[in-house]
Write a protein that binds this ligand. Sequence first.
Ligand SMILES: [Zn+2]
Length: 77
Amino acid sequence: MIIRFVLLFIIVAMLLWLVKRMFGKDPVTDEIEHQDASNSEDMRQCKFCGIHVPESSIVTSNDNPYCCQEHADSDQQ
Ligand SMILES: [Zn+2]
């Protein structure tokens, strides 16, 4: 009698695992996809120090790209 109960439990657990695999999204895969999206962002080179910075965090001064406001100011002097 107890063996039947254990078998039923295993079958239910396997079904739940299968359903999770089919419909649930793996959080690790989700994170890798997110990283790929951020890596595809355009990189710009700082005119002052030459470091590569994502387009969204670039500081533009006189149409030149800089990694930070400090380098933009330093290059103007
Ligand atoms: Zn810089």
